[in-house]
Design a protein around this ligand. Structure first.
Ligand code: GLC
Length: 479
């Protein structure tokens, strides 16, 4: 099967969040499946261009028409470093749109990504790469299925478009004049792109794509309701027959305590007790916390944003800190939360470490050192860090929403099943209930050991998710 994947970011080239991880893991796994030819298209951002690790070859250049604008596009192909079967990576070059320090957050982001989405279709036509499936992701590449239907059906008559939602909060809203001034679509698409008098690119993708997927089964159900859909519930309900949920995997070669070079001691399921103890002692030292092997270490590695459920942790923090525990926070975000944790660390220096920064190496060391991982997100399309935590033998306490519900089945002590502790409604007391249940099991050495072993033995690789994507693609192609 010929598969084109289109995204605004992918690790290791350019990554700002979970989307970047997915766009490394999923294309790589799909490329390993016999008979697949996978291409990945990305913007040629400044940071990729200037990184000498990424040697490219120039393929060709062409023009992209965006309403009255005619913009240059250069097409570059990454030179592969190994002979292993890998996706072919293409970069779309345009200095004006992508020669900037950041990835997102510019006033003309709408135009930049409408350009990118159209340029990718032009690039495939120029390469004579006629994919069976074009998979695009989030609002930045939402115009792919729309332009495909509106302008490129002669070139790609049978290509099916799959649009994947990683985060429904960002939809690519624009003023009504964006339709004529930038998108330059046929008039018949005015209604497709219109939402409440403005332009909504994600809405256009949902209407035009052959299938809409999202990154967990539960989230696919949830986004039909107003609480989760940020206004798109009506559109998603009307297009329910296109909607599927496929829960993400994680990159098990990167997140592996047996080989992770950032840890002071590597460990696996058989050696975790000694390994985690050594890492705990090292992190306590690194963060200036007292050496305390007995106290459970609870951690949270996250953007400090409202929907991550930080307010619930603020609510329970003082109750938690009455116990013999240590709390480690790593992340940046909203000022009010950064200050809350700074204040907490100043008040409880023996118990709290607030690391207000972004540090991937420290993140892995904290996964390895901790006993409990907190993730009380208000909503969570999939969430990756709970899976990373479990791979490192750290027990998650999560709100049972979206991908957290799908990846963390609740512990049942009698049956000896489950991977973590969950709560069902978004409030601080229920979160507290889940934490106390978790800490009670922590005291029961045998039950805790069995739980850690179940967590570490679970397969969170991309293998099964990639098979599910293949089943979806095959179904769309009517094979
Ligand atoms: C977004 C979502 C997160 C998901 C990730 C990858 O960042 O918020 O839940 O895991 O995308 O799909």
């Amino acid at each position: 099967m010929k598969i084109a994947m289109v995204a605004s970011e992918a690790a290791p080239y350019a990554k700002s969040g979970g989307l970047g991880d997915v766009m490394l893991g999923l294309p790589s796994q799909l490329a390993r499946i016999a008979g697949n030819e996978v291409c990945l298209f990305l913007p040629y951002y400044k940071r990729i261009k200037e990184n000498s690790a990424y040697a490219v070859e120039f393929c060709q250049d062409f023009k992209v028409q965006l309403s009255w604008r005619e913009q240059y596009a250069g097409l570059f192909r990454l030179k592969p470093k190994t002979r292993k079967k890998q996706p072919t990576v293409y970069f779309i070059d345009n200095e004006y749109y992508f020669g900037r320090d950041g990835l997102y957050g510019y006033l003309d982001d709408g135009e930049r990504y409408a350009y990118f989405s159209k340029a990718v279709l032009e690039a495939m036509a120029a390469l004579e790469f006629i994919p069976d499936i074009i998979q695009s992701n989030d609002w930045q590449t939402a115009m792919v299925p729309v332009y495909l239907n509106a302008n490129y059906r002669d070139t790609f008559p049978n290509t099916k478009a799959v649009f994947t939602i990683h985060n429904i909060e960002y939809q690519g809203w624009a003023n009504p004049d964006f339709f004529d001034n930038v998108l330059g679509l046929p008039d018949s698409y005015r209604g497709t792109m219109d939402m409440s008098g403005g332009v909504n690119m994600m809405k256009g993708a949902i209407e035009c794509a052959d299938a809409v997927s999202t990154v967990s089964e539960t989230y696919a159900q949830e986004i039909r309701y107003p609480y989760f859909a940020h206004g798109l519930d009506g559109i998603l309900s009307a297009n329910w027959f296109k909607l599927t949920g496929i829960t993400n995997g994680v990159d098990v070669s990167v997140f592996d305590p047996a080989t992770d070079k950032t840890l002071v001691e590597n460990y696996d399921i058989d050696t975790y007790a000694a390994g985690k103890a050594a890492n705990k002692a090292a992190v306590q030292k690194e963060l200036g916390l007292p050496a305390n092997p007995e106290a459970p270490m609870l951690s949270m590695i996250t953007r400090l944003a409202g929907h991550k459920g930080i307010d619930l942790l603020c609510y329970v923090a003082r109750r938690l800190l009455e116990l013999d525990v240590q709390l480690v926070i790593l992340g940046t975000g909203e000022q009010r939360f950064e200050n809350f944790f700074r204040g907490l660390a100043a008040e409880f220096p023996e118990k709290v470490s607030a690391q207000i920064k972004f540090d991937l190496g420290l993140a892995n060391r904290i996964y390895a050192a901790s006993d409990v991982y907190l993730m009380p997100s208000k909503s969570e399309p999939c969430g990756l860090s709970q899976m990373n935590a479990m791979r490192y033998g750290t027990v998650p306490v999560v709100n049972a929403t979206g991908g957290l519900k799908d990846t963390v089945p609740p512990v049942d002590l009698e049956e000896g099943t489950g991977l973590g502790f969950t709560f069902q409604s978004y409030n601080g007391d229920d979160f507290w209930g889940a934490i106390t249940r978790c800490l009670a099991v922590y005291q029961d050495k045998d039950a805790w050991d069995a739980l850690i072993r179940r967590d570490m033995a679970t397969d969170f690789s991309w293998k099964k998710p990639a098979e599910k994507y293949m089943a979806l693609f095959t179904r769309l192609l009517g094979e």
